[in-house]
Design a protein around this ligand. Structure first.
Ligand SMILES: Nc1ncnc2c1ncn2[C@@H]1O[C@H](COP(=O)(O)OP(=O)(O)OP(=O)(O)O)[C@@H](O)[C@H]1O
Ligand SMILES: [Mg+2]
Length: 257
């Protein structure tokens, strides 16, 4: 196995192993370490993405995928102890979550967090209250015809797939530059998964950069340009998504597919 510390290996795999200079990639995570209290969970994760790329962030249960997304979004838990994060030339590691959101980081958590008691449209309008504003409602409804049909329905009464669409739409209402999707396909029928995939592809066409965490690794890999597999809070593999699809050993070892 190649390691980053062996200089001869560095020469061999130079194109794969060399990290670009800080600020060269659109989105860059450099050796981040994050803790829940005393629990050391994110143990030196690095990621590099160009604008408009999709990264599949994969790994076993408890590997630290959600924690990595949360650290990037700068929520309080897990606390980031060291490392650097840059988006479009701006640093995130020294920011609070609301500031990261202002800079375009939008986390769509696994539970989707639709606001109870509010209609679809009210959920979207509320997202637009915060600056900078993203898409207008008409544009959102053009991309999400199901949400247009259900605009007056209470958000929490939508189907799982529709709630997922509403979560993504809310991120678009907030001028998203980096979309973090945590298990967007969970509990959804294959036909609905396809609808969400279509939306993620449309978002990519618009130049939005996306990280997708999924148990359905094959679906995520088919959508993604790059893949990172994490294991016990560390990067076990980093490369192209197609290479993971082609690498049976890697899939068996870390993804059980
Ligand atoms: N709030 C917390 N406090 C303490 N430990 C936590 C907390 N949340 C998660 N952990 C621990 O951090 C580790 C990584 O959890 P995380 O949720 O990031 O994994 P994951 O890869 O998203 O897993 P899954 O596939 O089950 O969603 C696990 O060992 C988990 O028990
Ligand atoms: Mg998780």
């Amino acid at each position: 196995m190649l390691t980053k510390t062996d200089p001869s290996n560095l020469k061999l795999g130079a194109t794969e192993l060399e990290l670009p200079e800080p600020g060269k990639s659109f989105f860059s995570v450099r050796d981040i370490h994050a803790y829940y209290g005393e629990s050391y969970i994110v143990q030196g994760i690095s990621l590099e993405l160009n604008e408009g790329e999709i990264l599949a962030l994969l790994g076993r249960n408890g590997a630290g995928k959600t924690s990595t997304l949360r650290a990037i979004a700068r929520v309080d838990d897990p606390g980031l102890k060291s490392g650097e994060i840059y988006l479009g030339g701006e640093s995130l590691h020294d920011k609070k979550s609301y500031q990261a959101a202002q800079l375009g980081v939008q986390l769509v958590p696994e539970d989707r967090r639709i606001i109870g008691g509010l209609t679809v449209e009210e959920n979207l309008t509320l997202a637009q209250v915060a600056e900078p504003r993203g898409w207008e409602l008409s544009r959102i409804y053009d991309h999400f015809p199901r949400l247009a049909e259900r605009r007056t329905q209470i958000g929490t009464t939508l189907s799982g797939g529709e709630q997922q669409m509403l979560s993504v739409a809310r991120a678009l209402a907030r001028d998203v530059k980096l979309l973090l999707l945590d298990e967007p396909y969970e509990g959804l029928a294959p036909v609905i998964v396809q609808e969400i995939e279509k939306i993620v592809r449309e978002i990519k066409e618009l130049g939005i950069t996306t990280i997708i965490v999924e148990q359905n690794a094959v679906a995520a890999l088919k959508l993604a340009d790059k893949a990172v597999i994490i294991d016990m809070g560390e990067v076990a593999y980093s490369g192209s998504a197609q290479d993971v699809l082609d690498n049976e050993e890697l899939r068996n070892e870390y993804l059980a597919i």
